[in-house]
Write a protein that binds this ligand. Structure first.
Ligand code: 5GP
Ligand code: ZN
Length: 114
């Protein structure tokens, strides 16, 4: 997916502050952070939305979630609390169609979200 912004970040064609990577996952700082910590945890493989996930992707989805928790712990924000969000499609405000788990923390948040 040559046109996909996050594929291009993963392929190092566009600069980003990558804070973690392994064979399946890359995590980098959001360019427009909504808190002191705002990290996007993404699969290397291009998957447009949660709607494209298959049962074969269950381990990958678990890894995304567990990696977000590990990064939160590393940042020292676990006990205070943090938010993890997948935006899917228009009404949720998804703007980049390569799935990404937002990890936002380091400040008090409110519910429901806007
Ligand atoms: P969405 O609205 O699709 O859930 O989230 C997309 C996120 O990607 C937004 O939080 C936005 O700030 C972030 N973003 C958009 N373009 C870039 C970019 O070029 N680099 C980085 N690091 N983040 C980006
Ligand atoms: Zn992509």
């Amino acid at each position: 997916m040559g046109e996909c912004l996050f594929c291009r970040i993963i392929n190092r064609e566009i600069q980003a502050t990558i804070i973690y990577e392994d064979d399946r996952i890359v995590a980098f700082n959001d360019i427009n952070p909504q808190g002191p910590t705002h990290v996007l945890v993404v699969p290397r493989r291009h998957i447009a939305t949660l709607d494209e996930l298959t049962p074969d992707d269950d381990p990958l989805a678990g890894e995304l979630v567990r990696r977000a928790a590990a990064i939160a712990k590393q940042r020292g924000i676990s006990a205070g609390g943090y938010r993890t969000v997948f935006n899917t499609n228009r009404d949720a405000g998804q703007t980049v169609f390569h799935i990404h788990l937002h990890l936002i923390g380091g400040r008090t948040m409110h519910w429901p979200p806007g």
